[in-house]
Design a protein around this ligand. Structure first.
Ligand code: ZN
Length: 322
C-alpha cells in the first residue's frame, strides 16, 4: 500500500482507540458505535483490514463492562461502515510528507492570487456573493467577524474561477486561512466547511499537493517565522488547528490593549509539530495551549519534543499565558 495511505490508516486507528479509551461511562456505547462506523468506512474504502481494526479496538475497550454486548456493537458498526465505503482523495493526506509521499506545494503565485482575491470578513457580505456570508456565520465562540477581518487570519473565499487544485465542487469550504512554511513563506490555503457537507471531510487542503509541515500564524507569528519579530514581543503562543488559531489571534490582540506587549500566535496543522524545530524563538517564552484532555496532553508533549533546545515552555489554558 501507498505509504501515505498506510500512515493515514495508522493515525485514524490510533485516534479511534484513544477516543475510546478516554470515553466516559455514559458515552461509551455511542462513542464505540461512531468510531467503529468511521473505521469501517475506511476499511470499505480499502485502507485497512477489518480484522486489524477489530483487534485494536477490542484491546482499547478491554476494561469496559458487558463485553459480549460491546463486541456485538463493534461488529455491527464495523459492518455498517464497510457498506458505506469512504475513499480518500489527495486533499485528505496531511501526513503525506511524514510518510515520504509527494512533497509539492501548489504554485506559490496561484496561492497568493487566491488569497489576495479572497474577501476580508470586515467586507463581507458587501463583497460576498452569498448573503448571509457562510464564512462569517461559522465563526462563533466569541470570534467576531470584524475582529477576524481586522486581524486578517481568515477570509471568505473569493468567487470562482479557482486554481485547478481547489475543486469547483468545494464551494461549501468558504472560510479559508493561509498556511505558511516554517520560514514564513505563504505556501497553501486551508478551507473549512461553512455549509453541510454530509459525509465529506469538514476541511480541505489543495488537491494533489501536500500540506505537511505547514503552520498557521497571525501577523506577529508570521514575523517570528520570518525572523523579524515585532518590538515588544512578549512570547509565542502555540495552538492546534485553524479555529484555535483564529480564536487565539483575537485573544492576543485584546491582550495587547491591556498590557502593551504582544503575544504572537502560531497554529499547528495536522502532523506539523516537527516544523517548529526550525523556528527561531530568540529566547522568548513559548506557551502551548492544547485541549484540556488526554489527546491535548499528548499533543503538547509532542510539541515540547519538537521545539529547539533551550526554549522555555509553559503549558497553559488559553487565558492563562499572561
Ligand atoms: Zn462572505
Amino acid at each position: 500500500m501507498d505509504p501515505a495511505k498506510a500512515a493515514y490508516w495508522e493515525t485514524a486507528l490510533g485516534n479511534a482507540c484513544r477516543e475510546l479509551a478516554n470515553a466516559g461511562d455514559g458515552e461509551r456505547h455511542a462513542t464505540l458505535r461512531g468510531v467503529a462506523f468511521g473505521i469501517g468506512r475506511l476499511v470499505g474504502g480499502g485502507l485497512g483490514s477489518a480484522e486489524e481494526a477489530r483487534a485494536a479496538i477490542l484491546q482499547a475497550i478491554e476494561g469496559w463492562p458487558q463485553h459480549a454486548k460491546t463486541a456485538k456493537t463493534l461488529d455491527d458498526a464495523l459492518r455498517a461502515g464497510q457498506e458505506r465505503p469512504r475513499v480518500l482523495d489527495d486533499s485528505e493526506r496531511p501526513h503525506a510528507r511524514a510518510a515520504g509521499g509527494p512533497k509539492t506545494r501548489p504554485p506559490a503565485e496561484e496561492v497568493r492570487e487566491l488569497w489576495d482575491r479572497s474577501i476580508r470578513l470586515t467586507d463581507c457580505p458587501a463583497d460576498c456573493q452569498r448573503d448571509p456570508c457562510p464564512a462569517k456565520r461559522l465563526l462563533g465562540r466569541g470570534m467576531h467577524p470584524k475582529d477576524v477581518g481586522h486581524l486578517d487570519v481568515a477570509r471568505c473565499i473569493a468567487p470562482p474561477p479557482w486554481p485547478s487544485w481547489w475543486r469547483p465542487s468545494w464551494s461549501a469550504y468558504s472560510l479559508i486561512a493561509p498556511a505558511f512554511e516554517p520560514n514564513g513563506q505563504l505556501a497553501s490555503i486551508h478551507g473549512r466547511a461553512a455549509a453541510d457537507v454530509g459525509d465529506d471531510p469538514k476541511t480541505r487542503w489543495p488537491a494533489g499537493h501536500t500540506a505537511g509541515g505547514l503552520l498557521f500564524a497571525d501577523v506577529a507569528g508570521r514575523a517570528v517565522l520570518k525572523g523579524t519579530p515585532m518590538l515588544l514581543l512578549h512570547g509565542v503562543l502555540i495552538v492546534e488547528g485553524m479555529t484555535d488559531t483564529i480564536a487565539a489571534s483575537i485573544w492576543a490582540a485584546r491582550r495587547v490593549c491591556r498590557r502593551g506587549e504582544r503575544v504572537a500566535v502560531l497554529g499547528i496543522t495536522s502532523g506539523a509539530t516537527a516544523a517548529l524545530a526550525s523556528v527561531d524563538f530568540r529566547g522568548r517564552p513559548v506557551y502551548v495551549a492544547t485541549d484540556p484532555d488526554g489527546a491535548g496532553e499528548r499533543y503538547a508533549e509532542e510539541i515540547a519534543k519538537s521545539l529547539p533546545a533551550g526554549v522555555r515552555l509553559k503549558r497553559v489554558r488559553m487565558m492563562q499565558c499572561r
